[in-house]
Design a protein around this ligand. Structure first.
Ligand code: PLP
Length: 399
């Protein structure tokens, strides 16, 4: 067999994503794209801000020698300086250019962090429901994920984390605003978590890093605040990108920021920089670094997502779904009235594409992404109602 056994297993495990993608394409070809309600993909459809195109054209037209060359592995110093100035406000600590590394998206940043921190067998605590790729990123670098549940509203369950901590725990990885739940962790809960990790670190004579994955930081609703983990503990790293807030996922541009007083800062930064190089990224895309360096003050029009959330919530209410209203990101994560896989196929019969919660470590839920036109959401109301009614009669029949 040519392909490694582990990769075969991974392909098998994640095959339902591919299957759904293929199924969506088949349904759109058969019924017409306008007749399929595809809520399966978190691929932002809101256009980047106008300033993005302007700056991109301006920089592309400049004829500066060397702009296409290699650079320091951590990225252009002037771009990191611009980020540091902006992030110091957002992350509530004084950062300088040296605390920041430009990366190939948040995904690249997470791999760089795991490569730098994990020895074989080290554990990374992730909170369910989780972004499914976390398992792969941790495994890429010899680590092991330990999945811990959240509470009924998808908030941090401190006791569950406490029970999972042990001498092998190296990282606790959180994601706020969250994919798939839209939950944003409160300042109080982050402070409690940070205290717990600091005291567990002392108990196990180790350092436990709090890593926060925040590509949705700027996509929040009703004036929701996203508190900074850096205000709670020095052993913290924030990873993020411009994939969602500038709608640039294909451009693969992101960054990581380490707390200015993080434990063994110099050697950690050296390791992160080396990881960026030897993972084969070498450096984040040059042109995009220069572009985002000038786009720190803009983001996509979040009001578009806010309107879609409102319409979608009304539709789910009318159909009788139970759900926690998302505070940020662009997903809804309602409870499935029956087994989530079964419900997703039933939804599919109504031409609705959703992702089963088990793909995020949370069976019994479904994920609906609102990266689609408002009009697609509005037209899906009757189909959701029919699916709920059919699920209701199925559920009754099996009792
Ligand atoms: C929670 C979360 N983290 C990381 C990523 C990866 O983002 P990027 O495109 O910046 O690598 C995504 C993408 O969907 C995400 O939802």
């Amino acid at each position: 067999m040519t392909v490694a056994r582990k990769m075969q297993m991974f392909a098998e495990k994640s095959s339902w994503i591919r299957k759904m993608f293929e199924e969506g394409a088949r349904m759109k070809a058969e019924f017409g794209a306008e007749n399929v309600f595809d809520f399966s993909l978190g691929n932002p459809d809101v256009p980047p801000p106008e300033k993005f195109g302007r700056i991109l054209r301006q920089l592309a037209a400049e004829d500066v020698p060397g702009v296409h060359g290699y650079m320091p592995n951590g990225g252009y110093p002037h771009v990191r300086e611009s980020l540091a100035e902006h992030l110091s406000r957002d992350l509530e600590v004084e950062l300088d250019a040296g605390d920041i590394l430009m990366t190939c998206g948040a995904a690249g940043a997470l791999n760089v962090v795991m490569k730098s921190l994990l020895d074989p067998g080290d554990e990374v605590i992730i909170l369910a429901p989780f972004f499914v790729e976390y398992n792969f990123y941790v495994d890429n670098h010899g680590g092991v994920t330990r999945v811990v549940p959240t509470d009924r509203e998808f908030n941090i369950d401190l006791q569950a984390i406490e029970e999972a901590l042990n001498e092998k725990t190296k990282v606790v990885l959180i994601n706020s605003p969250n994919n798939p739940t839209g939950q944003v962790y409160s300042r109080r809960s982050l402070q409690d978590l940070a205290e717990l990790l600091d005291s567990a670190g002392e108990k196990f004579c180790t350092t436990i890093y709090l890593v926060s994955d925040e590509p949705y930081r700027k996509i929040v609703f009703d004036g929701c605040e996203v508190p900074s983990i850096m205000a709670t503990t020095t052993n913290s790293i924030v990873v993020s990108s411009y994939s969602k807030d500038l709608s640039l996922p294909g451009e693969r541009i992101g960054y990581l920021a380490v707390h200015p007083e993080i434990h063994e800062k110099r050697s950690l930064l050296d390791a992160l920089t080396l990881a960026n190089r030897i993972l084969g990224f070498v450096n984040a895309p040059a042109l995009m670094q220069r572009v985002v360096g000038q786009l720190q003050d803009v983001s996509v029009d979040v009001a578009i997502y806010a309107r879609r959330r409102k319409i979608f919530c009304e539709i789910l209410d009318a159909a009788g779904f139970e759900y926690v209203k998302p505070k940020g990101a662009f997903y809804l994560f309602p409870r499935s009235p029956i087994d989530d896989l079964e419900f997703c196929s039933l939804l599919q019969e109504e031409k609705i594409l959703a992702v089963p919660g088990r793909g995020f470590g949370a069976p019994g839920y479904i994920r609906l992404a609102f990266c689609v036109d408002e009009e697609v959401i509005s037209r899906s109301g009757e189909a959701f109602k029919r699916a709920m009614q059919r699920a209701g009669s199925r559920d009754g029949a099996t009792r």
